[in-house]
Design a binder for this molecule. Structure first.
Ligand code: ADP
Length: 270
């Protein structure tokens, strides 16, 4: 009986091994497929502006252009170059985020200053086409890496400006959460995003409308950078949107403190 039992155990163990092995293989295959997709996407994103640039160079070399035409072609060439620069800079940001360890939450970022910078840049990008407001976050500080948090909130604000039609409203908000953390939100009165796209928005190069996103200067990497930053800070990115009404992107961040007037810091918020 003991022997029969043993053989059952050995068989079960063998099955388990096979299961573990096959899970491992599918996981590896999936990772490999994702890597191939990523390389294909990057190649495509770089080749497109290069092809356009080649066309412009040929035009300039072979056609006699007026001064106005020459200026126009140069400005279009500049657009393509900027597009490649943003792509390479977003790729580097992602690679750095993925390759470096989670930051120790021992640096405090002054939230008011961060929100002010985001709003100033968003207003400059909007050029008065939107109404952009922000909430006061006096004395509030967040634990984390300033450059990363700034890039996350700025990415959301840039998207809001780019995707919201002229005359729309954009609000950059802040509120304390009951668990001692806080929420930074960026809401817009833009076109909204259909529910089936929402879970995929943070995938690298995922775009709801590819041509529109490229026209507005998007690299397709913004939200994936935001998600990485928030996760590295122990937080969460939440997206709510309704077609025709607008979108709200919320960053939930765990470590928040309020600096008291006398300089003493109080952890958590009531
Ligand atoms: P992109 O560089 O294309 O903007 P993101 O990763 O920042 O890339 O965003 C992914 C996609 O999510 C965008 O292509 C766009 O379709 C959609 N999106 C992002 N923000 C908004 C927004 N505020 N309103 C509507 N659609 C948005």
């Amino acid at each position: 009986r003991g022997r029969a039992m043993l053989s059952v155990i050995v068989r079960a163990y063998g099955e388990g091994m096979r299961l573990v092995l096959s899970l491992d293989v599918t996981e590896r295959e999936r990772a490999e497929a994702m890597r191939r997709d990523f390389v294909a996407n990057v190649s495509h994103e770089i080749r497109t502006p290069l092809t356009v640039l080649t066309g412009f160079i040929e035009t300039m070399a072979s056609l006699p252009l007026t001064e106005a035409e020459r200026k126009r072609v140069l400005s279009l060439m500049d657009q393509q170059t900027q597009r490649m620069l943003s792509l390479v800079s977003d790729l580097l940001t992602l690679a750095t985020l993925e390759g470096s360890p989670r930051p120790a939450p021992d640096r405090w970022v002054v939230l008011d200053a961060l929100l002010q910078r985001v709003v100033t840049d968003a207003r400059a990008l909007s050029g008065g086409r939107h109404q952009i407001t922000t909430a006061a976050a006096t004395q509030v500080e967040l634990a984390g890496v300033e450059a990363e948090l700034l890039s996350a909130v700025a990415n959301l604000a840039t998207n809001a400006v780019r995707y919201t039609p002229e005359g729309g409203q954009i609000a950059i908000g802040w509120r304390p959460l009951a668990d001692g953390g806080g929420e930074i939100s960026v809401s817009d009165s833009g076109p909204g995003i259909a529910a089936e796209h929402i879970p995929r928005l943070t995938e690298r190069f995922y775009r709801v409308d590819g041509s529109r996103s490229r026209e507005t200067g998007g690299t397709g990497l913004g939200l994936s950078i935001v998600k990485h930053v928030v996760q590295r800070h122990g937080g969460e990115l939440l997206i709510e949107s309704e077609i025709g009404k607008g979108s709200v992107f919320r960053l939930h961040l765990p470590a928040v403190r309020v600096r008291q007037q006398n300089g003493e810091a109080e952890l958590g918020l009531e």
